[in-house]
Design a binder for this molecule. Structure first.
Ligand SMILES: Cc1cc2nc3c(=O)[nH]c(=O)nc-3n(C[C@H](O)[C@H](O)[C@H](O)COP(=O)(O)OP(=O)(O)OC[C@H]3O[C@@H](n4cnc5c(N)ncnc54)[C@H](O)[C@@H]3O)c2cc1C
Length: 408
């Protein structure tokens, strides 16, 4: 029992403080500008690269932290700084996790470094799963990957949508259908290398929040990639598909689909981003409530305000604990038997949305203007109940896991 602690160790604390410094000194002052510009903040990503914060090394170090807390701690600090810029900095990580979850060691070694580029030539990567008719319902995916045996190439055709960094990425990780009979079990993930003909950016979306993060369609037209770009390799895919066909006939061991492996691993990290946004808005609201005077006293003197702040802080801390639990479980190799990853993302996402709305209310008219950051934080927070699985889908995953029933 003596081993149990929620205290970060000295190394973790110093990394946290270092990221916090970057978030406070570089990201915060740039946040409003890039939100207005609705463009990828390349100069800020470059600054992050210069100090090693935007790099494979940094990401890998946090990813392999044995306590599991490296990634959530880094995410919380970055998104405390700013969510739009934060997503531009960590969006590459989702694609990297796609390769880590499904790729061979050789593929990880070849492609993940190219996703980041180097200090003098920074790159980003994109993970492309969603399609216009396949958002929550991944099994409705239509993008097709067909193997051309004669040339040992895969040919990709289809349209991906909502891809973070889609079209501006050096490396795209694309999930596609290889066996239409199997629904989501017949999907596989592919690397589309830099400058591959047949991949182009479609519409770039104008968004409600996280506007510094680039979100776009990715169009694949007879996009040919080498056979070795199938993540995990052909032998493993053939074996997995054979098992899935067998199970379809006879029942038996469940076969995981490619995109889900990525999402399961990344949900607590996304929850940590939401915690960062919520904490940022709460801090602004707390300061404001202590200094804003109405009726001759600070507005926090009213229980109506003070109790809201008490609830906000309680929810933020509860969300962080759920995120840390799931992150620790993942690092310790414990399976999410009660959908703990989904629980953490659900609760943190909902908390960010509620807390930022309360913060805006506490700031009154000022909260509604762009003179104060809570309006932006509220817009940014709204995505956290939508992407990486909507709140409804998280509840579905949790309910199915808890009950073992095919709840719809
Ligand atoms: C800014 C942004 C960035 C994104 N980045 C990426 C990315 O990098 N890569 C990527 O692949 N995707 C990305 N996405 C896509 C995102 O994951 C999807 O938007 C999300 O999965 C929801 O899909 P949808 O938008 O099609 O909504 P739909 O699936 O059409 O859902 C619409 C509504 O119906 C509800 N609903 C659907 N099915 C059920 C059900 N069975 N029970 C109850 N309610 C249900 C949903 O919860 C939601 O409220 C991004 C999206 C956005 C907006």
């Amino acid at each position: 029992m003596g081993d149990f602690t929620l205290e970060l160790n000295d190394d973790q604390k110093s990394v946290r403080d270092w990221i916090h410094g970057f978030a406070a000194d570089v990201m915060r002052p740039a946040a409003a500008e890039w939100d207005e510009r609705e463009e990828t903040p390349w100069p800020v990503i470059q600054e992050a690269a210069k100090i090693g914060l935007y790099s494979l090394d940094f990401y890998a170090q946090q990813f392999f932290d044995p306590t599991g807390l490296g990634i959530p701690m880094a995410m919380e600090e970055l998104f405390w700084g700013d969510a739009g810029i934060g997503l531009s900095i960590v969006g590459t990580g989702l694609a990297a996790v796609g390769v880590l979850a499904n790729g061979t060691e050789e593929q990880i070694g070849t492609w993940v470094p190219q996703m980041y580029g180097d200090v003098n030539d920074v790159k980003v990567a994109a993970f492309c799963s969603s399609e216009p008719d396949a958002g929550s319902d991944v099994s409705a995916m239509r993008t097709r990957a067909v193997y051309d045996e004669a040339k040992d190439e895969w040919v990709l055709n289809g349209t991906k949508t909502w891809a973070t960094n889609g079209g501006i990425a050096a490396v795209h990780v694309v999930v596609a259908v290889v066996d239409p009979e199997l629904g989501s079990k017949g999907h596989a993930s592919f690397i589309v290398p830099p400058n591959t003909p047949g991949l182009s950016q479609g519409q770039k979306f104008k968004k409600h929040g996280i506007r510094a993060s680039h979100t776009a369609e990715v169009v694949l037209e007879d996009c040919r990639i080498p056979g070795e770009c199938l993540l995990g390799g052909k032998a493993k895919l053939d074996e997995r598909l054979a098992r899935a066909h067998e199970r379809a006939k006879t029942g038996g061991e469940r076969v995981k689909n490619a995109a889900m492996a990525t999402f399961e691993a990344s949900r607590p990290a996304v929850g940590a981003q939401a915690v960062g946004i919520a904490r940022a808005a709460y801090e602004v609201a707390l300061d404001y409530a202590k200094t804003r005077v109405q009726f001759g006293r600070p507005i926090i003197d009213n229980q109506g305000i003070a109790f809201q702040l008490a609830d906000m802080r309680t929810q933020i801390d509860a969300a962080r604990l759920l995120v840390w639990r799931a992150s620790w479980m993942a690092a310790a190799g414990r399976p999410f038997t009660s959908a703990e990853g989904s629980m953490s993302k659900l609760y943190a996402g909902e908390t960010a949305k509620t807390v930022t709305a309360q913060a805006m209310q506490i700031l009154g008219g000022n909260g509604y203007t762009r003179e104060y950051p809570v309006e932006r934080m509220h817009r940014d927070a709204a995505i956290y109940t939508i992407f990486e699985g909507t709140s409804e889908i998280q509840r579905l995953v949790i309910a199915r896991t808890l009950s073992g029933m095919p709840i719809r």
